[in-house]
Design a protein around this ligand. Sequence first.
Ligand code: SIN
Length: 282
Amino acid sequence: MAMISGFESIEVDSITPHIGAHISGVDLSQDLSNEQFSEIYRAWLDWKVIVFREQDIDRDHHKAFARKFGTLHVHPMQHSYGGDPEILSVKTTKNSAYTAGNAWHTDVTCDEIPPMASALYIKETPESGGGDTLFANMYLAYDLLSDTMKEVLDRLTAIHDGALPYLGNYKVAAPAGDAYPKNEHPVVIAHPETGKKILFVNSGFTSHIKGMNGWESKALLGALFDHITRTHRLTCRVQWQPNTLTLWDNRCTQHHAVWDYWPDSRYGERVSILGNERPSAE
Ligand code: SIN
C-alpha cells in the first residue's frame, strides 16, 4: 500500500499500482462535504475500485451514498430476490446452489445501459476466512493486447445475454411473460469520462461476436477470457471484513467473487448505479 498525494479531505492508499485503493477519513453514515465527495469521485475514476473500511451504515446510508453518483439500478433478477428493489442481497450459505458472481464478469452488461458502478457492503464474512473478491483493470487488459489484435477488436460488436447467467447458471426463470435483457455493445468501448479504451467482453454475459461463425466467435472470446484469467497483473484482491463497502467503476473493471469458503456463510448487500449512456466506441 502506498499513500497517494493530492487529496486534502480524504486519505487514499493504493492496493496495487494500477487498480484498487483504500479510502479513509470518511464516515459514510454522515453527509459528505462537497470537497470529500469530489475527491472520492476522483479517486474512484483513478483507482476504479475503492474500499471503505469500518463503515457502520444502514440501507438508507448505503443508498444515499450510491445516489450521489446517479440513479439507482433495479436488477433483472430482482423478482426472485424480493424486498427493496434497489438492494440486491448477496447471500451464500452451506445450502446455496451458487454464489452470485463466482466467475469473471461485469455487472449486468445484458442491459441496454449497464450500471456504471456498484457499491457492495459486506456485513458477514466467512468464519474461516476466504470470500475475497478479485477485480481486473479492463483498460490495462486492452492496453496489453498487440496492435494487430486491437485493430481487429476495435471494429467488432458483441451480444450480451442475461439468460446466460440468470437462466443458464442460476436456473432462475425471467419474470412471467418476459425475457431477460439481451443487447449488443462494441467489443472495445471508450470510457465516457476518461476517454480511455476498455476491453468490454466478459464471460458472464457475452454470448457471441456479431457477424462471426459460432466457432470463430467461441475461439476469439475464449482467447480474450483466458487473457483476463491468466494475466494476474490486471488484478487486485479485496479482502473483506464485516462493514467494508467497496465501490467499483463497472465500465472499466470485471470482478470475480471467490467461493472458497463452503460450508461457511457470507452476506452483503449491493446497490448499483445506472449508467448515463449506452457503451460506445467513441
Ligand atoms: C457481485 O456483485 O458480482 C458479487 C460480488 C461479491 O459478492 O463479492
